[in-house]
Design a protein around this ligand. Structure first.
Ligand code: PLP
Length: 398
């Protein structure tokens, strides 16, 4: 029981009550605490627990001109900063992330780090939008694209001499191939190439490319980080101050900036990232194991399956296997399409990383890579009850 008898008071108890303890050093927290604690306003009397949303395109310009002061909403917005701090800390960068208007705007900004006409080595199963963007840039004469099988370490290394940038995505989308990030990054640096990793599928909770030597990390914040399929946003993270300054300048000049409300929603979504991932990953592992045994399924691609070709690599560089998997229906493309039409709890929709479970036959998109099987269905596992998800899938497969 609590002792309610008067306690001896320290001599100067007033100062004890007036001064708050030093704020917690969020960098020393575990990632699942960091997502909750990072990017909070300073703990002063009556300060809000959550950052406010700033809705202003410009700021009072009083006193002498100072380039470090806020002046205009395309260059500075305090509504971006809490999320940028939190994501920077989660990726263990020494610098805050930079928020962009979409994942593709972040991809586009990272590509501006390529010198004019430079060669880009990129996985042939990268995010399809990134591939479209680099091939369009190539057709404008801005760069040269070399596509590789990123799971084939020797082939990637052989493509590196003369390259200015290595693009990495692991697992790839939707083939779930695993790249040896640290090995490829060392080889790229030895060849003088900058390394960019799209970490959308993993989030920093499952994989931290900067720790593996990568120079720049890009994210579609739209997916797991925001997590509720209600915003489009992107981000770039680097620990290199010069690269960050160039990326910031690109954002300011080209203007692909985030809205204040979207940035706030992303931070709100980030608060639950750890528990969302914990739940969806456990369900994905269960579904992958059951699907692998199902007679209507030919192959399951999920790095968490012990016999998956990427399993050992994924186990070595990721702290979890994530909640995206792909299955190939035994009955071909028609059966795959029927599966997406028959599910009732799962939604047939593109995108991934939200609280709701989504299914998509990727080859229904004409732009999807022709090396992706026509009967491949990508599953983004959400946070619904695992048995309900299984019953719905099994019913649709029957
Ligand atoms: C969705 C996605 C993107 C693009 O992000 P948007 O927010 O849709 O612009 C880039 N990379 C990957 C891996 C993605 O899944």
């Amino acid at each position: 029981m609590t002792d309610r008898s008067p306690q001896p008071q320290p001599e100067d108890s007033s100062t004890e009550h007036d001064t708050a303890p030093e704020p917690v050093d969020v960098r020393r927290l575990a990632p699942d605490s960091l997502v909750v604690a990072a990017g909070r306003p300073a703990r002063t009397a009556e300060a809000p627990v959550n950052p406010p949303i700033w809705l202003s395109s410009t700021y009072h310009s009083v006193g002498p001109v100072d380039p470090l002061r806020r002046s205009y909403g395309r260059s500075e917005n305090p509504s971006w900063e809490p999320f940028e701090e939190a994501l920077g800390e989660l990726e263990r960068s020494s610098l805050p992330a930079l928020l962009f208007s979409s994942g593709m705007a972040a991809v586009d900004a990272a590509l501006t780090l390529l010198p004019p006409g430079g060669t880009l080595v990129i996985p042939r199963h990268s995010y399809q939008g990134s591939l479209v963007a680099v091939h369009e840039a190539e057709s404008r004469g801005q760069l040269t694209v070399v596509e590789v099988d990123v799971a084939d370490t020797d082939a990637v290394i052989a493509a590196l001499p003369g390259a200015a940038m290595l693009w990495l995505e692991s697992p790839t989308n939707p083939m779930m191939e695993i790249a040896e990030i640290a090995v490829l990054t060392r080889a790229a640096h030895a060849a003088g190439a900058l390394v960019v990793a799209d970490n959308t599928f993993c989030t920093p909770l499952l994989q931290r490319p900067l720790d593996l030597g990568v120079d720049v990390v890009v994210h579609s914040v739209t997916k797991y980080l925001a997590g509720h399929s209600d915003v489009i946003l992107g981000a770039v993270v680097t620990s290199d101050a010069e690269l960050r300054a160039r990326l910031l300048r690109t954002r300011t000049v080209r203007g692909a900036i985030a809205g204040s409300f979207e940035a706030w929603l992303a931070l709100r979504g980030l608060r639950t990232l750890a528990i969302r991932l914990e739940r969806s990953e456990a369900t994905a592992a269960l579904l992958a194991a059951r699907l692998a045994e199902h007679p209507a399924v030919g192959r399951v691609r999920y790095p968490g399956l012990p016999d998956d070709p990427g399993h050992a690599r994924a186990a070595a560089q990721m702290s979890g296997f994530g909640s995206i998997l792909a299955l190939e229906t035994a009955g071909g493309a028609h059966a795959a399409e029927r599966l997406t039409e028959r599910v009732r709890l799962w939604s047939p929709a593109t995108s991934l990383g939200g609280v709701e479970s989504l299914v998509e036959r990727r080859r229904r998109h004409e732009t999807e890579s022709l090396t992706v099987p026509t009967n491949l269905v990508r599953l983004s596992v959400g946070i619904e009850n695992a048995e309900d998800l299984w019953a719905d899938l099994a019913g649709a497969l029957a």
